[in-house]
Design a protein around this ligand. Structure first.
Ligand code: UD1
Length: 377
């Protein structure tokens, strides 16, 4: 598969070039603020490559519109597949792009397969790699993202971390402190910039919901949705929560397919929706009474919004959301989920505080480090 140019690349040849790689839903919220912050340095050329891991309009295009991200300069169009297929296809498609574009630095974000593929290709071509959201560890090697995180960090030159635990993880693995830059959480830059607009969206009215009058659920981890007994357990817990207040459940395509295979109606009070765009989803999250999720990003977003979050996993790579924020890791036992949800409904749940450097300026700090690394004043 060859890379297809979709729009002409701006900037003059010979300028220091940062090439950003993104491709799955949670990447876009992380690339957007860094791309914007780097625009301050007119002498830096930026190239945005979309891997195509996510391709449905509701999984990709809508995020570009909501976030004001420019059209990708190139689209690799890799689509879905096994982990090996997806990672390999991105590597094969990206290598000639890097050879022709000759970036001075490749910036990768998060922990999806494209993050790993791009970091490996860049490092093997001798190109510097910056990893945004470095150092997070669930210490669960069964989680594909955990392997991606460890490997990406290992080959990255600049490690932009969101929190002190991430620094500690990297140091414990032998990373030199010179490579670690704690800049804060770039995804929270996006949240804080978009919050006012998200709160103006009519999404609650459209769904007939009252502020603080509903629970919000998202699920997409294969460990939860691809195991029928686990998915059935979670649905049982959601049905119990739905006896108290409506449960709104925008479903990832993987989850929608798993629900169809399970062949079990989700139960009254559970409203399964199509995936939502960034602004509508943020508008819903900000006004939810409680969130139940297996997402990583949503644990962080609820912490900043002060909304109680129950994480339906056995662990988290974002412990600061538990120790400082509104998150509680509850696993997937339906009784435990219901007990914790009832406690939130009775007490209002954890209030938490916003972690240090999750202040809306993380990408500016990262951009300043990148510019210095490229020798651009
Ligand atoms: C990927 C990331 C995960 C991230 C998640 C956010 C990896 C290993 N996983 O998981 O870390 O939290 O994105 O959503 O990179 N599909 C569509 N349309 C799309 C995209 C996917 O229908 O636009 C369906 C396909 O059937 C596909 C399945 O969803 O096989 C899973 O997509 P995939 O990108 O492989 O993994 P995610 O579960 O989205």
């Amino acid at each position: 598969m060859t890379a297809e140019r979709t729009v002409p690349i701006l900037g003059a040849p010979g300028m220091p070039t940062v090439l950003h790689v993104a491709g799955a839903r949670p990447n876009f919220m992380k690339v957007a603020p860094l791309h914007r912050a780097l625009q301050r340095w007119k002498a830096i050329r930026q190239v945005l490559v979309h891997t195509g891991q996510h391709y449905d309009a509701r999984m990709s295009d809508i995020f570009f519109d909501d976030l004001g991200l420019p059209e990708p300069d190139m689209h690799l169009g890799v689509g879905s597949g096994s982990h090996a297929e997806q990672t390999a296809r991105i590597m094969l498609s990206l290598e000639p792009v890097l050879v022709s574009q000759r970036p001075d630095l490749v910036s990768v974000v998060g922990d999806v397969n494209g993050t790993l593929a791009a970091a490996l290709v860049a490092a093997k071509l001798g190109c510097r790699v910056a990893h945004v959201e470095a150092g997070l560890r669930s210490n669960d090697p069964r989680m594909p993202e955990e392997l991606n995180r460890i490997l990406v960090d290992r080959v990255s030159d600049l490690l932009f971390t969101p929190s002190a635990d991430a620094d500690a993880n990297l140091l414990a693995e032998g990373t030199s402190p010179a490579h670690i830059h704690r800049v804060g959480n770039v995804m929270i830059d996006t949240l804080l910039a978009a919050k006012a607009e998200a709160l103006r969206r009519p999404v609650l009215r459209q769904l007939g919901l009252e502020p603080d009058g509903f629970a919000l659920c998202t699920l997409h981890r294969p460990s939860n949705v691809e195991v029928p007994a686990t998915l059935a357990d979670i649905l049982q817990a959601l049905a119990a929560v739905a006896e108290r207040l409506p449960v709104v459940f925008p479903a990832h395509p993987r989850t929608r397919a798993a629900l169809d295979r399970l062949g079990q109606a989700p139960g009254p009070g559970i409203r399964v929706l199509e995936p939502l765009g960034y602004l509508d989803f943020l508008g819903l999250t900000a006004r939810a009474r409680l969130v139940l999720t297996d997402s990583g990003g949503l644990q962080e977003e609820t912490t900043v919004l002060g909304v109680p979050c129950l994480t339906l996993r056995e662990n988290t790579e974002r412990p600061v959301t538990v120790t400082e924020g509104t998150n509680t890791v509850v696993g997937v036992d339906p009784q435990r989920i219901v007990v914790e949800a009832e406690a939130i409904l009775a007490t209002g749940g954890k209030r938490g505080r916003i972690p240090e450097l999750w202040d809306g300026h993380a990408a500016e700090r990262a951009a300043a480090v990148l510019a210095a690394e490229l020798g651009v004043p």
